[in-house]
Design a protein around this ligand. Structure first.
Ligand SMILES: Nc1ncnc2c1ncn2[C@@H]1O[C@H](COP(=O)(O)OP(=O)(O)OP(=O)(O)O)[C@@H](O)[C@H]1O
Ligand SMILES: [Mg+2]
Length: 266
């Protein structure tokens, strides 16, 4: 379905991901868990967005649905203008591979591969990319994350922060326009975590890559330019950072205000 009736959106802003009235029901034995309840969210290209909320509030579920790793029980997911709801798994994999990169809390690197082989891995799924171009891209992205000297190290020969840098390079190497990061700093000490955020922000500013990351940590939240606060499967607040560093909450259900459409431009 094409995007229609988008009146609430500023006409010049491009939405890279839109979540429309998405609910997610997990069935576990005879138990039902409604992990997301009528969630609406628009992610404008170029944002540096934090999704915050307590454990179990639905952050990972939302990120997985945004990244087409999981599908909604109800509602629509629109990636770069394409409605991906109801698409076949192989089509989803294609969209995911070419648009979206993932970074996980536990890095999820392949232990038997070196740093450069881990970064190269997603490119092996893209037959149109030649061996030379693959090499060149791997070199470029390892350089961007500051790991050129560690190309031949295996994950267990790297620190946590270095492993997460490899994961970021792997997320970017397919020229992803969005990186979805599920608690990317949670397994790192404070200083290393801050370094990872510095790197993500640098890539966001210099390359225009959109980042959406989840976190429990207030310091991490404060680094974002857009803040989504989740509670019990719902988006309770959506805040935008003002030039003076303070937050303006454009949508606030915690104060009883009903917002059917959550939109930074509203
Ligand atoms: N695969 C699944 N099967 C059943 N229930 C699930 C599944 N994944 C998540 N849930 C449930 O959905 C709810 C939201 O989980 P989710 O992982 O999205 O929370 P979260 O905000 O990421 O939490 P955390 O901060 O602990 O990572 C929880 O109640 C969880 O138990
Ligand atoms: Mg989670």
């Amino acid at each position: 379905m094409p995007i229609t009736n988008d009146g609430a959106v500023g006409e010049s802003k491009k939405m890279i991901i839109e979540i429309r009235d998405v609910s997610k029901l997990y069935r576990l034995g005879d138990q039902n868990v409604l992990a997301l309840k009528h969630v609406n969210l628009k992610v404008e290209e170029g944002r540096f967005m934090a999704i915050a909320g307590s454990s179990g509030s639905g952050k990972s579920t939302l990120l997985n649905i945004m990244g087409c790793i999981d599908t909604p029980s109800k509602g629509q997911v629109i990636i770069d203008g394409r409605d991906v709801s109801g698409q076949a798994p192989d089509e989803l994999a294609e969209i995911r591979a070419r648009t979206i990169g993932f970074v996980f809390q536990t890095f999820n690197l392949l232990p038997v591969l070196s740093a450069e082989e881990n970064v190269e891995y997603p490119l092996l799924q893209m037959p149109e990319i030649s061996r030379d171009e693959r090499r060149e891209r791997v070199r470029t992205y390892l350089g961007i994350v500051g790991l050129s000297k560690y190309a031949s190290h295996r994950p267990n020969q790297l620190s946590g922060g270095q492993r997460q840098r490899v994961a970021i390079a792997r997320a970017l190497v397919t020229n992803s326009r969005v990186v979805l990061a599920d608690e990317p700093t949670a397994n790192l000490d404070r200083k290393t975590g801050a370094g990872i955020l510095d790197l993500m922000q640098k890539i966001n500013v210099e390359r225009g890559t959109t980042f959406v990351f989840s976190t429990h940590d207030r310091r991490v939240m404060e680094r974002a330019d857009t803040q989504v606060r989740m509670e019990d499967g719902r988006i309770m607040k959506l805040g935008l950072k003002l030039p003076d560093g303070s937050w303006k909450f454009v949508h606030d259900q915690s104060k009883g205000e009903e917002g059917p459409e959550i939109n930074p431009e509203a």
